[in-house]
Design a protein. Structure first.
Length: 193
């Protein structure tokens, strides 16, 4: 099983990255092959709305650092995204990646739902979200919003690892409940639970 993980935080050692690292180590112990991209370390642009991926190419035509990431996701069995919540959503680094996944849609994705994705069906989706706000109801709409799009790509299993009330960059290290959840999700993704 191949897992591609994307870190959306500008903090290389922040809470969302720490949770993702815990998840990936647990999955690797269970036999998964993992690969991580720290989006903040890459140079790329957001979607340019050129529609080349619908007219002349079957992938995004921008050849920047995100091209390798998009190719890796295409080959992966699991896509795992980690992001802190900034202004009620994922970070701009993560959002730019998500916008570029528009290239995974076929040209007829709106008119032919049976053939709307260029990705192989059945991939799994894991999302790690961290936020400073302690109320779990606040920003609870983020995971369902992105799950909607991942379903359109043909992904079939969806997992959320969420930690609220993390006001400090390393606050999650003392949150056994969150780290246990990361291990549980790894086991489920690797089909052990």
């Amino acid at each position: 099983m191949k897992i591609v993980a994307l870190l959306g935080s500008p903090r290389a050692q922040g809470n969302s990255a720490f949770i993702m690292e815990h998840f990936l180590k647990a999955a690797a112990r269970l036999g998964a092959e993992t690969r991580t991209f720290a989006l903040n370390a890459l140079r790329y642009r957001g979607c340019q709305a050129c529609y080349a991926c619908k007219k002349t190419a079957d992938q995004c035509v921008l050849r920047d650092d995100l091209a390798e990431v998009l190719d890796a996701v295409r080959e992966a069995d699991v896509l795992a995204l980690a992001s802190p919540v900034y202004y009620g959503d994922v970070t701009s680094q993560m959002k730019a990646f998500i916008d570029r996944t528009y290239a995974y849609f076929t040209p007829e994705y709106i008119t032919n739902p049976a053939n709307r994705s260029r990705l192989k069906p059945g991939k799994k989706f894991v999302m790690v979200l961290t936020q400073g706000h302690p109320d779990e109801k606040t920003f609870a709409d983020i995971f369902p919003r992105y799950t909607f799009f991942m379903q359109m790509y043909g992904m079939g299993e969806f997992y959320l690892i969420r930690a609220c009330g993390l006001a400090q960059p390393d606050a999650v290290r003392s949150r056994k409940d969150v780290l246990d959840k990361a291990g549980e999700v790894a086991a489920r993704v690797c089909n052990l639970n």
